[in-house]
Write a protein that binds this ligand. Sequence first.
Ligand code: CP
Ligand code: NVA
Length: 302
Amino acid sequence: MPHFLDLAQIAAADLKAMLADARAMKAARKGLPKGAPDPDPALPGRTLAMIFEKSSTRTRVSFDMAIRQLGGSSLVLQAADMQLGRGESIADTAQVLSRFVDAVMIRANAHEDVVAFSQNAAIPVINGLTDRSHPCQIMADLMTLQEHFGALDGLKLAWVGDGNNVAASFIHAAPKLGFDLVLGCPEGYGPRKDDLVLAGPAVKLTTDAGAAVAGADVVIADTFVSMGDKDGARRLRDLAPYCVTQRLMALAKPGAVFLHCLPAHRGEEVEAAVIDGPQSLVFDEAENRLHAQKAILKWCLK
Ligand code: CP
Ligand code: NVA
């Protein structure tokens, strides 16, 4: 069953094919109204259920529009409103939804719950963000970098701040897609060691934000307080020196770009002058969630 749970588990050739497909689908529907189906809709009659345990703007809307453009339809389910929220098991929920819909996208607190869902489902399951990773986001980010730079091979990406779920999916992608990644994270906020070991020499970790950004083609930030983090005040204090400022950006290559998955907190993890400035690609990045999600749905369902 082609579950889309983590980039580390998906063959590099498949990831590359999905990125190429996303770019081709984006080009093929240029000029069409956003709600119009693709010229050659790939998934007519297919239904995607989306389960949300946490808030979402981009993931929810991009997947909804994605399945529509592919000729299918979607259901949005808040976990708290389902029997899941009253204690029905993940295993039973997965088996029941497998009888009604063709694929499920889940945004969950605990990564293990998405894995358990996939193990009990007879249909593809997509990770729409967990505490552990955010693979759909990184597909859109890599597509954005391909559009801007032409290729990913040899690019140097710098992640600055919390070594969180989004950072983990960049780490998973680096050895597969040929870019180098340096994470600049304070002590205690680094990524999981097993992810670093698996990634090998493509990924490096430092506590020095300036060293991480030096000579980078791409500088990436994310919120200092992720959904589910309880220790917001401490995180803001510890991570404050890792704000992506114009001064920090100046250490990157002159043509460097800035990415952020959004939602952003101007003045915390990034200066407004950076995220709203000429180096920022954040709204192309947000738009590309749509095109990348379409390629993921096709990979799961075709
Ligand atoms: N970047 C992202 O996943 O945004 P949402 O939380 O709005 O879905
Ligand atoms: N790291 C953030 C990403 C939000 C899209 C979070 O988990 O809240």
